[in-house]
Design a protein around this ligand. Structure first.
Ligand SMILES: Cc1ncc(COP(=O)(O)O)c(C=O)c1O
Length: 268
């Protein structure tokens, strides 16, 4: 159902008992659609939700408005059950909405300043990778800074391992190899990251901040914004930890932007 209100006893609203996807759509054509549906399916299995009518989902992008849009699809276990105990036969509830989207070319081509967040992500392998609705860690982390000059905040887990940013995945290059944090204990396994995993050599590693500080380039990525090269990294008090210079031939960004139909170079 298109953007309609939810009842107060909806389990997604009450407990975050559900999933969502945010998909970039250009003139009715979704980008990375198969990856979004695969992540949704993984989430459905993990939460033991009933299988939805995927055909109804496949029909949504064509119903979006013209130009560049973001399609948000939200799925909950519906109402009922006893407190946390889910109903035996849940009646899945889903909503969707599409909104116009304007990307930030300045962030693609000039890079961004990023900070480290104080918040630590809890380790919970059963929720790792999926895009569930219970996102309070991300909300608390995003609440840590108000300065619009800081584009994102980096998140580590409770043991100090790098995970991702509040709404983006993190990739860096060190000694000629592309690396990204393992997402098997927390974090969201991005669809753009999964797509890039198939076309570039990407090592998934469990490392701390020191490894990122030894990198010669770093990027934030997601399926809606594309790729933002990181130009400066601050600690949570605003002290500069590291500066990177922009690369004139950023082959990693090019590979990612080809996936999304975004320009490779300024002026394209
Ligand atoms: C916490 C988090 N990590 C990673 C991502 C990147 O996912 P995707 O590439 O599917 O947009 C998102 C997307 O919004 C996110 O919210």
């Amino acid at each position: 159902m298109r953007d309609a209100t939810l009842p107060i006893d909806d389990r997604g609203l009450a407990y975050g008992d559900g999933l969502f996807e945010t998909v970039l759509v250009r003139d009715g054509q979704p980008l990375l659609w198969d990856y979004h549906m695969a992540r949704l399916e993984l989430g459905i299995d993990r939460l033991a939700l009933p299988r939805p009518d995927f055909d109804a989902f496949h029909a949504l992008p064509a119903q979006c408005g013209p130009g560049l849009r973001v399609l948000k699809l939200m799925l909950t276990r519906g109402s009922g059950g006893r407190g946390y105990r889910p109903p035996e036969a849940p009646d899945l509830r889903w909503r969707w909405k599409d909104s116009p989207f304007e990307p930030s070319p300045g962030r693609w081509f000039e890079g961004v300043a990023v900070r480290c967040c104080e918040l630590r992500l809890g380790i919970q392998p059963r929720l790792a990778g999926i895009k569930h609705l219970a996102r309070l860690e991300n909300v608390l982390a995003r609440q840590e800074w108000q300065d619009d000059a800081i584009a994102e905040g980096l998140l580590c887990d409770s043991q100090g391992h790098l995970v991702e940013a509040t709404a983006m995945n993190l990739v860096w290059r060190r000694a000629g190899r592309l690396e990204t944090p393992l997402l098997d204990r927390c974090g969201v396994d991005g669809t753009l990251l999964s797509a890039l995993d198939e076309i570039v050599d990407l090592d998934r590693v469990r490392v701390g901040l020191d490894t990122l500080l030894a990198a010669d380039a770093a990027w934030l990525i997601n399926s809606v914004q594309g790729v933002w090269p990181i130009r400066r990294l601050d600690d949570s008090a605003g002290n500069a930890l590291k500066q990177w210079s922009l690369e004139s031939n950023d082959t990693f960004r090019h590979a990612a932007h080809r996936q999304l139909g975004y320009p490779l170079n300024l002026g394209d």
